[in-house]
Design a protein around this ligand. Structure first.
Ligand code: UDP
Length: 194
């Protein structure tokens, strides 16, 4: 898959539509995909923190979330043309989930926030099935994994802040083989709960 390098950090120069098309193909093949948002701050963090660099570069899609990435792309005459924000990418994946009848799980943020985000999104996206959710402050990780597995979710959004959410995804993805798409979404549940 096409990538561009920004100070050693990979970025996908793809539009929302291109990512969704590619993601659907990967789901059909039974492959798992991860989405990570990259902005100039994360690129700078990755320069001094090999773990963050590794988390970014080993994701399936590194979306250019931040106008700073587009400015950098212009300077180096890259193919990256427009921002792909984490919150809008989540919206597009939710629309795909509704169209393809894939169950979605929300993990992270405060209880009232994640619950309201689920309610708002189910009210605005016809056919969307949020099959489970959990706040980001639960302690029992085994119970959480069981809850995700029994929900039948095939897509998970994780909002624990960065890089905690990406670490969680990397650690738990192999334990959740039925989950095909995992995105770290930072403050997106807060946005959708408003
Ligand atoms: N959060 C959480 N558990 C934690 C720490 C944070 O669920 O232990 C949630 C927090 O409630 C917020 C989100 O993670 O909803 C972090 O959002 P923030 O905007 O700080 O993340 P960023 O996008 O800056 O990485």
């Amino acid at each position: 898959m096409k990538k561009e390098q920004y100070l050693g950090v990979s970025v996908s120069p793809l539009t929302y539509d291109q990512i969704i098309t590619d993601m659907k193909t990967r789901i059909q093949r039974g492959e798992q995909s991860t989405v990570i948002a990259v902005n100039p701050e994360k690129v700078m963090t990755a320069r001094r923190d090999p773990l963050v660099k590794d988390l970014i570069n080993n994701s399936t899609y590194q979306i250019a979330d931040g106008v700073g990435m587009i400015i950098a792309a212009k300077l180096k005459k890259g193919e990256l043309k427009e921002r792909v924000t984490g919150v809008d990418m989540m919206g597009r994946i939710l629309q795909m989930a509704a169209a393809e009848n894939l169950g979605v799980f929300f993990y992270g943020a405060k209880e009232a926030t994640v619950k309201k985000a689920k309610e708002n999104l189910e009210a605005t996206i016809p056919g969307l099935r949020v099959v489970g959710y959990e706040n980001g402050y639960v302690k029992d990780q085994n119970a959480l994994l069981e809850k995700i597995q029994t929900s039948g979710a095939q897509i998970i959004f994780v909002a624990l802040g960065s890089p905690r959410q990406e670490l969680w995804i990397r650690e738990n993805m192999p334990k959740l083989p039925e989950v095909k798409v995992l995105q770290g979404v930072g403050g997106s549940f807060d946005v959708y709960s408003g």
